[in-house]
Design a protein around this ligand. Sequence first.
Ligand SMILES: Cc1cc2nc3c(=O)[nH]c(=O)nc-3n(C[C@H](O)[C@H](O)[C@H](O)COP(=O)(O)O)c2cc1C
Length: 390
Amino acid sequence: MSNAWFETVAEARRRARRRLPKSVYGALVAGSERGTTLTDNLAAFGELGFAPHVAGLPAQRDLSTTVLGQRIELPVILSPTGVQAVHPDGEVAVARAAAARGTALGLSSFASKPIEEVVAANPRTFFQIYWSGSKDQLLQRLERARAAGAAGVIVTLDWSFSHGRDWGSPAIPEKVDFRTMLRYAPEAITHPRWLAAYAKTRRVPDLTVPNMGVPGQPAPTFFGAYGEWMNTALPSWADVRWLRQQWDGPFLLKGITRIDDARQAVDAGVSAISVSNHGGNNLDGTPATIRVLPSIAEAVGDQIEVLLDGGVRRGSDVVKALALGARAVLIGRAYLWGLAANGQAGVENVLDILRGGIDSALLGLGRSSVHDLTSDDVVVPPNFLRRLGA
Ligand SMILES: Cc1cc2nc3c(=O)[nH]c(=O)nc-3n(C[C@H](O)[C@H](O)[C@H](O)COP(=O)(O)O)c2cc1C
């Protein structure tokens, strides 16, 4: 039998491609439109260099920190992703892997598992919501998250309903019934291990979104919930402030790329922001998040926690983000590929890869803690940075 362990996130991605049906894999790799932002998220990390030392290096390195009041053993959190059918254990496997490696996760509103099950697997769960439905529905969702024991809330605001992808968008069936199975049969037959994982559970992939529904009633379908969201009036900053006041715990606003919006988030009373462009899945042409991070961290980093997500594939990427002002990062695709490649163990494998990479970068830079990193540790080429909305 081949070794299930993989050495890099790139290898996890190759295994995910082999294992998943084309339409499911497509959902995990594509970016919106031309993919300019997705490409830049990755390329920008590659443009940054390091300034290493060679002697007097620390024998031990401390990777732990805190985010939103939670201690985490490495400065990496699993970002909320609403992807169905990657693995039958879905977000519960992700939550268990995060718990096993001492970190937290965001649970998407569009997740396939109910929040109660996910919090039971890992109490360090932050529930992610979109501005969707009426204020009463938003309050019901927050109340459910509170009752389930969520450690905080993530509100994601950067979504502009752009559905054109040069890759082609994945076809997500409304529900998986016998006819859909027949339509997808050729894909399933050529991806026997993915199908076998579901066959073991004696269930077909679940395409409902239980956290968007009312407890005690049948969960809405993915498209039903998406339709509700598309038809909701868009939030103002006053609405964001109102939402923040409804939750008396840690509150993260995800999707900031501009300095003026970061200041608005501070005024709205948030505890943290994630500098994010939705992994290149939102407005294509937005710069890589690592390019805009330093100006945002400089503007608001002493008032709230500043995190980053987008393009993180290696421990060295995490160290670059921390050196340029992030408290921690969130990862999306990297853990989804790990999940597809090897379930819970695959997500743990990805976190181990990142831990190893962070530790060697700290060693090379002569830093004994993630808190000691500064911009002197990285080489920033001319014309690398972007300041938006200054
Ligand atoms: C397939 C997929 C689904 C996603 N679904 C959500 C979601 O439901 N809610 C959300 O806040 N972000 C969502 N995101 C964005 C991620 O949380 C994160 O911002 C992004 O993946 C980070 O970029 P990376 O994939 O390069 O790490 C999704 C991303 C991907 C790739």
